[in-house]
Design a protein around this ligand. Structure first.
Ligand SMILES: [Zn+2]
Length: 259
Protein backbone atom coordinates (compact mmCIF):
# COMPACT_ATOMS: atom_id res chain seq x y z
CA UNK A 1 0.00 0.00 0.00
CA UNK A 2 1.35 3.44 -0.83
CA UNK A 3 2.34 5.54 2.14
CA UNK A 4 0.82 8.96 2.40
CA UNK A 5 1.11 11.35 5.30
CA UNK A 6 2.78 14.55 6.40
CA UNK A 7 5.68 14.46 8.83
CA UNK A 8 6.24 17.35 11.25
CA UNK A 9 9.58 17.10 13.02
CA UNK A 10 9.55 19.36 16.06
CA UNK A 11 12.46 20.31 18.30
CA UNK A 12 11.90 21.73 21.79
CA UNK A 13 14.84 24.10 22.14
CA UNK A 14 15.07 24.33 25.95
CA UNK A 15 18.90 24.55 26.29
CA UNK A 16 19.58 25.12 30.03
CA UNK A 17 16.38 27.12 30.71
CA UNK A 18 14.95 24.59 33.20
CA UNK A 19 18.19 24.37 35.16
CA UNK A 20 18.58 28.17 35.26
CA UNK A 21 15.00 28.66 36.49
CA UNK A 22 15.52 26.03 39.18
CA UNK A 23 18.99 27.40 40.08
CA UNK A 24 20.63 24.00 39.63
CA UNK A 25 24.32 23.18 39.98
CA UNK A 26 26.79 23.44 37.04
CA UNK A 27 26.67 19.73 36.20
CA UNK A 28 22.91 19.83 35.57
CA UNK A 29 23.23 23.14 33.72
CA UNK A 30 25.84 21.63 31.41
CA UNK A 31 23.45 18.83 30.41
CA UNK A 32 21.12 21.47 28.96
CA UNK A 33 24.02 23.28 27.33
CA UNK A 34 24.80 20.15 25.29
CA UNK A 35 22.03 21.43 23.01
CA UNK A 36 24.08 24.52 22.17
CA UNK A 37 27.53 23.00 21.74
CA UNK A 38 26.67 19.76 19.97
CA UNK A 39 22.93 19.04 19.63
CA UNK A 40 21.83 21.94 17.45
CA UNK A 41 24.81 21.72 15.03
CA UNK A 42 24.10 18.00 14.48
CA UNK A 43 20.40 18.66 13.92
CA UNK A 44 21.09 21.51 11.47
CA UNK A 45 23.44 19.33 9.47
CA UNK A 46 20.95 16.43 9.34
CA UNK A 47 18.04 18.66 8.29
CA UNK A 48 20.21 20.43 5.69
CA UNK A 49 21.35 17.12 4.21
CA UNK A 50 17.78 15.84 3.81
CA UNK A 51 16.43 19.30 2.85
CA UNK A 52 13.80 19.22 5.60
CA UNK A 53 12.12 22.28 7.13
CA UNK A 54 11.09 21.72 10.75
CA UNK A 55 9.51 23.52 13.71
CA UNK A 56 11.55 24.68 16.70
CA UNK A 57 9.67 25.42 19.94
CA UNK A 58 12.00 27.96 21.55
CA UNK A 59 11.87 29.34 25.11
CA UNK A 60 11.90 33.18 25.08
CA UNK A 61 14.90 33.20 27.41
CA UNK A 62 16.82 30.83 25.10
CA UNK A 63 16.19 33.10 22.09
CA UNK A 64 17.59 36.07 24.03
CA UNK A 65 20.56 34.12 25.41
CA UNK A 66 21.46 32.52 22.05
CA UNK A 67 20.41 35.01 19.36
CA UNK A 68 22.87 33.72 16.74
CA UNK A 69 21.46 30.18 16.86
CA UNK A 70 17.90 31.50 16.91
CA UNK A 71 18.65 33.61 13.83
CA UNK A 72 20.08 30.54 12.10
CA UNK A 73 16.91 28.55 12.77
CA UNK A 74 14.96 31.20 10.86
CA UNK A 75 17.54 31.76 8.10
CA UNK A 76 17.55 28.03 7.34
CA UNK A 77 13.82 28.20 6.67
CA UNK A 78 12.62 26.51 9.87
CA UNK A 79 9.73 27.79 11.95
CA UNK A 80 10.07 29.31 15.42
CA UNK A 81 7.22 28.63 17.84
CA UNK A 82 6.81 29.32 21.56
CA UNK A 83 7.75 27.10 24.53
CA UNK A 84 7.37 29.37 27.58
CA UNK A 85 9.94 31.96 28.68
CA UNK A 86 12.01 29.93 31.16
CA UNK A 87 10.27 26.58 30.62
CA UNK A 88 7.60 27.30 33.24
CA UNK A 89 5.04 24.76 34.36
CA UNK A 90 1.90 26.56 33.14
CA UNK A 91 -0.32 24.35 35.25
CA UNK A 92 0.96 26.07 38.41
CA UNK A 93 0.69 29.72 37.26
CA UNK A 94 -1.98 32.32 38.03
CA UNK A 95 -3.83 33.60 34.96
CA UNK A 96 -2.08 36.99 35.18
CA UNK A 97 1.39 35.41 35.43
CA UNK A 98 0.53 33.13 32.55
CA UNK A 99 -0.64 36.03 30.38
CA UNK A 100 2.54 37.95 31.20
CA UNK A 101 4.77 34.99 30.33
CA UNK A 102 3.00 34.37 27.01
CA UNK A 103 3.35 38.08 26.11
CA UNK A 104 7.01 38.21 27.12
CA UNK A 105 7.80 35.01 25.19
CA UNK A 106 5.96 36.16 22.08
CA UNK A 107 7.74 39.54 22.10
CA UNK A 108 11.10 37.91 22.57
CA UNK A 109 10.54 35.50 19.64
CA UNK A 110 9.13 38.22 17.39
CA UNK A 111 12.60 39.79 17.32
CA UNK A 112 13.51 36.84 15.09
CA UNK A 113 10.33 35.97 13.21
CA UNK A 114 7.44 38.25 12.30
CA UNK A 115 4.63 35.86 13.16
CA UNK A 116 4.64 33.30 15.96
CA UNK A 117 1.86 30.85 15.18
CA UNK A 118 2.31 27.93 17.55
CA UNK A 119 2.84 26.97 21.17
CA UNK A 120 3.91 23.85 23.03
CA UNK A 121 3.55 23.78 26.80
CA UNK A 122 6.71 22.82 28.70
CA UNK A 123 6.17 19.30 30.16
CA UNK A 124 3.03 19.16 27.89
CA UNK A 125 1.18 20.83 30.79
CA UNK A 126 -1.42 23.46 29.92
CA UNK A 127 -3.52 25.21 32.54
CA UNK A 128 -7.27 25.55 32.11
CA UNK A 129 -6.63 29.13 30.89
CA UNK A 130 -3.77 28.55 28.43
CA UNK A 131 -5.78 27.97 25.25
CA UNK A 132 -7.84 31.11 25.83
CA UNK A 133 -4.69 33.18 26.44
CA UNK A 134 -3.08 31.75 23.29
CA UNK A 135 -6.15 32.63 21.21
CA UNK A 136 -6.08 36.18 22.63
CA UNK A 137 -2.44 36.44 21.56
CA UNK A 138 -3.33 35.29 17.99
CA UNK A 139 -1.79 31.82 18.15
CA UNK A 140 -3.33 29.43 15.63
CA UNK A 141 -2.09 26.11 16.95
CA UNK A 142 -1.01 24.22 20.06
CA UNK A 143 0.95 20.99 20.37
CA UNK A 144 0.66 19.73 23.96
CA UNK A 145 -2.41 17.43 24.15
CA UNK A 146 -3.01 13.75 23.42
CA UNK A 147 -6.62 13.18 22.34
CA UNK A 148 -5.90 11.85 18.82
CA UNK A 149 -3.07 10.65 16.58
CA UNK A 150 -3.69 13.33 13.92
CA UNK A 151 -4.44 17.08 14.12
CA UNK A 152 -7.85 18.16 15.39
CA UNK A 153 -9.78 21.36 15.91
CA UNK A 154 -10.11 22.69 19.46
CA UNK A 155 -12.94 24.99 20.45
CA UNK A 156 -11.43 27.46 22.90
CA UNK A 157 -13.66 27.48 26.02
CA UNK A 158 -15.51 30.76 26.63
CA UNK A 159 -14.64 32.21 23.19
CA UNK A 160 -15.57 31.75 19.52
CA UNK A 161 -11.89 31.02 18.70
CA UNK A 162 -10.63 27.76 17.28
CA UNK A 163 -7.11 26.41 17.51
CA UNK A 164 -5.54 23.49 15.65
CA UNK A 165 -4.10 20.87 17.99
CA UNK A 166 -1.12 18.76 16.84
CA UNK A 167 -1.25 15.97 19.41
CA UNK A 168 1.88 14.66 21.07
CA UNK A 169 2.53 11.31 22.79
CA UNK A 170 5.03 10.09 25.36
CA UNK A 171 6.28 7.35 23.02
CA UNK A 172 6.83 9.97 20.30
CA UNK A 173 9.08 12.04 22.60
CA UNK A 174 12.85 11.36 22.53
CA UNK A 175 13.28 12.40 26.19
CA UNK A 176 10.89 9.72 27.38
CA UNK A 177 12.28 7.08 25.02
CA UNK A 178 15.98 7.64 25.72
CA UNK A 179 16.30 9.40 29.09
CA UNK A 180 13.30 8.08 31.05
CA UNK A 181 12.78 4.61 29.57
CA UNK A 182 16.40 4.08 28.46
CA UNK A 183 15.28 2.27 25.30
CA UNK A 184 17.99 0.89 23.02
CA UNK A 185 18.51 2.52 19.60
CA UNK A 186 16.87 -0.40 17.82
CA UNK A 187 13.84 -0.29 20.16
CA UNK A 188 13.49 3.46 19.58
CA UNK A 189 13.69 3.07 15.81
CA UNK A 190 11.23 0.18 15.91
CA UNK A 191 8.63 2.16 17.93
CA UNK A 192 8.82 5.29 15.76
CA UNK A 193 9.02 3.41 12.44
CA UNK A 194 6.11 1.11 13.29
CA UNK A 195 3.94 4.06 14.34
CA UNK A 196 4.87 5.95 11.15
CA UNK A 197 4.21 2.93 8.90
CA UNK A 198 0.87 2.18 10.56
CA UNK A 199 -0.34 5.78 10.37
CA UNK A 200 0.86 6.45 6.85
CA UNK A 201 -0.90 3.39 5.46
CA UNK A 202 -4.30 4.83 6.40
CA UNK A 203 -4.71 5.97 2.81
CA UNK A 204 -8.34 7.06 3.06
CA UNK A 205 -7.42 10.21 5.01
CA UNK A 206 -6.14 13.29 3.09
CA UNK A 207 -2.37 13.78 3.37
CA UNK A 208 -2.53 17.13 5.18
CA UNK A 209 -4.86 15.70 7.84
CA UNK A 210 -2.71 12.69 8.63
CA UNK A 211 0.30 14.12 10.41
CA UNK A 212 3.08 12.22 12.16
CA UNK A 213 4.45 14.57 14.84
CA UNK A 214 7.69 13.75 16.63
CA UNK A 215 8.89 15.70 19.70
CA UNK A 216 12.69 15.93 19.89
CA UNK A 217 15.15 17.80 22.14
CA UNK A 218 18.57 18.94 20.89
CA UNK A 219 20.11 18.01 24.28
CA UNK A 220 18.75 14.47 23.90
CA UNK A 221 18.52 13.41 20.25
CA UNK A 222 21.77 15.33 19.58
CA UNK A 223 23.88 12.56 21.17
CA UNK A 224 25.80 10.58 18.58
CA UNK A 225 24.00 7.23 18.77
CA UNK A 226 20.60 8.90 18.99
CA UNK A 227 21.04 11.23 15.99
CA UNK A 228 21.83 8.06 14.09
CA UNK A 229 18.37 6.70 14.99
CA UNK A 230 16.75 9.90 13.70
CA UNK A 231 18.79 9.69 10.50
CA UNK A 232 17.62 6.12 9.88
CA UNK A 233 14.01 7.10 10.55
CA UNK A 234 14.21 10.08 8.16
CA UNK A 235 15.80 7.88 5.47
CA UNK A 236 12.93 5.44 5.80
CA UNK A 237 10.41 8.29 5.55
CA UNK A 238 12.19 9.78 2.52
CA UNK A 239 12.18 6.33 0.84
CA UNK A 240 8.42 6.42 1.19
CA UNK A 241 8.24 9.91 -0.35
CA UNK A 242 6.11 11.45 2.39
CA UNK A 243 5.95 15.20 2.75
CA UNK A 244 7.81 17.08 5.51
CA UNK A 245 6.20 20.32 6.70
CA UNK A 246 6.48 23.03 9.29
CA UNK A 247 3.56 22.85 11.70
CA UNK A 248 2.54 26.47 11.07
CA UNK A 249 2.06 25.74 7.36
CA UNK A 250 -0.07 22.66 8.06
CA UNK A 251 -2.10 24.59 10.66
CA UNK A 252 -2.88 27.37 8.17
CA UNK A 253 -4.05 24.91 5.53
CA UNK A 254 -6.20 22.99 8.04
CA UNK A 255 -7.79 26.19 9.37
CA UNK A 256 -8.79 27.12 5.81
CA UNK A 257 -10.42 23.72 5.37
CA UNK A 258 -12.07 23.33 8.75
CA UNK A 259 -13.15 26.81 9.87
ZN1 LIG B 1 10.74 21.65 26.88
Amino acid sequence: MSKKCTVCLSFDFDAESVQVRQREEPGRVSKGQFAIRRGIPRIFSLLDRFEIKATFFVCGWVAQEYPQITKMIVSKGHEIAAHGYLHENFDTLSISDEREIIEKTTQSLKEFSEKIKGFRAPYFKLSINTLKLLAEADYIYDSSLMADDRPYLLEVPGTTSKIIEFPVEWFLDDWVIFEDKQHTPSDALDIWKTQFDSLSEMGEIPQNQLVFTLTLHPACIGHAYRINVLEQLISHMKDNKVKFSRMGDVAESLLKEWV
